[in-house]
Design a protein around this ligand. Structure first.
Ligand code: CA2
Length: 145
């Protein structure tokens, strides 16, 4: 059976490709979705790609993933650095999770150096731009084998 990966994008990532390309790159979130979907198909995986600016909605999606998905790839945006609720949800469901960031959060302001998501993730891919999402598909594929 095809395994399913839930891809969660947090606040403001819907603006990708329209502002701050020097930090986040020129690709839109739709471009990333299309490339991930294409790559996932070659690995017999399916992608359920979502974005929300609302913390509670993201918590709800993570809770649903327990039944509906085999792995989670998450770029929680600014919630990375603030959200105990998202961390708790990921820990509660126990679904294998990969954390992604477009920018290298460790080269940026001090407040971005800590991630609540990392406590619940198998690993983090940070600083490789949109390609990081494709690297995460490879990582998920390896974890699900
Ligand atoms: O580097 C990443 O992927 C981040 O998760 C992006 C978040 C930031 O708060 C994290 O520290 C690192 C911000 C996403 C905002 O995305 C924008 C995209 C285009 C224009 C403005 C914001």
């Amino acid at each position: 059976m095809t395994k399913s990966i839930l891809v969660i994008n947090g606040p403001n990532l819907n603006l990708l490709g329209t502002r701050e390309p020097e930090i986040y790159g020129a690709e839109t979130l739709d471009d990333i979705k299309n490339k991930m979907t294409e790559k996932a198909e070659t690995l017999s995986l399916s992608i359920d790609f979502r974005q929300s600016n609302v913390e509670g909605e993201i918590v709800g999606w993570i809770q649903e993933a327990r039944e509906a998905h085999d792995a989670i790839i998450i770029n929680a945006g600014a919630f990375t650095h603030t959200s105990v609720a998202i961390m708790d949800a990921l820990l509660a469901v126990g679904t294998p999770t990969i954390e992604v960031h477009l920018s290298n959060i460790f080269k940026r302001e001090e407040f971005r150096h800590h991630s609540y998501i990392s406590a619940a993730a198998a690993g983090m891919i940070t600083g490789f731009g949109a390609i990081g999402y494709l690297m995460a598909v490879d990582a998920a594929h390896n974890m699900l084998k």
